[in-house]
Design a protein around this ligand. Structure first.
Ligand code: PAF
Length: 279
């Protein structure tokens, strides 16, 4: 496995692979890798000749300085995991490599980037689009792999790919969960043991809520989920919305879409957890 930290070295290595006719798969990450990331890497390896993983904690997508400062950074163990998984290239650029000058681009994805995460984390998706477009430019992958835990991010990345007319295929991969249902996330390590014990309530409540569909209305389901989670003293729902999975527009009736998805963010103490479920 090659570890490279400059775009030039990465491009040189990958140009050779491409000349020899190999397909390139890409998994962008911010490190602190867990089994969820490794499932993306596995899919990437299975579907391509060459697997590239990037590790870069992207400052432009954080709208909270403290979140950026406390984001877990575990480069050495990440590289060991990737080597074991069979990754071919790890791209670990320093900040100056990705942002030699400030990126002033402003993307417009309409509703896709304005609702939910877009409303609660202003500028977040603009930062995601900035870094993902730069990474796609560096790697020029045939396929790129994203986890469905960040459901809205996939919609935004697809829109960006279309806007920039990039040839990369975006592959959405299912959420990986701990045995007790908690969606795997790099932020889970920040939970205290007590919070970690409570956190599976999110996935449990979402799953349970699917049993009441279509008998109960969208509004009743939303109320039930929010009430059940907020009843737990350490937890606070930031938002829970049931949306059309393609447009991300909130729905009022089940008949409004054939693809209803419930998207939730919950603060467990000061740790922000995200999850979603298809109805
Ligand atoms: O999902 C993430 O980890 C990040 O948003 C991504 C796609 C690596 C961009 O920084």
């Amino acid at each position: 496995m090659k570890i490279v930290n400059s775009i030039e070295k990465l491009k040189t290595g990958l140009a050779q692979e491409k000349r020899e006719g190999r397909s390139i798969g890409f998994v962008p990450t911010m490190g602190a890798l867990h089994d969820g990331h490794l499932s993306l890497v596995k899919q990437c390896i299975e579907g391509n000749d060459v697997c590239v993983v990037s590790i870069f904690v992207n400052p432009t997508q954080f709208n909270d300085k403290n979140d950026l400062a406390t984001y877990p950074r575990t480069l050495e163990s990440d590289c060991a995991l990737l080597e074991k998984a069979g990754c071919d290239y790890v791209f670990t650029p320093p900040e100056a490599e990705m942002y030699p000058v400030p990126d002033t681009r402003r993307f417009d994805f309409g509703t896709l980037s304005e609702v939910m995460e877009g409303a609660y984390r202003p500028g977040h998706f603009n930062g995601v689009a900035q870094i993902v477009s730069k990474l796609f430019d560096a790697v020029e992958p045939d396929r790129a792999y994203f986890g469905e835990k960040d459901f809205q991010q996939i919609a935004v990345v697809r829109a960006m790919t279309k806007q920039l007319e990039l040839a990369v295929q975006i592959v959405a991969c299912p959420i990986l969960r701990e045995e007790d249902g908690l969606a795997m996330s790099s932020r889970n390590v920040r939970l205290t043991p007590g919070q970690r014990q409570k956190a599976p309530l999110i996935a449990r409540t979402l799953k349970e809520s699917t049993n009441f569909v279509p008998g109960k209305s969208v509004k009743e389901i939303v109320g039930h989920v929010v009430h059940t989670i907020n009843n737990e003293p350490q937890m606070r729902v930031e938002y829970f919305e049931i949306v059309d999975g393609n447009t991300l527009e909130p729905i009022e009736n089940w008949a409004d879409t054939t693809y209803p998805v419930g998207c939730i963010v919950v603060y467990c103490g000061d740790v922000r957890l995200i999850d979603n479920i298809k109805y």
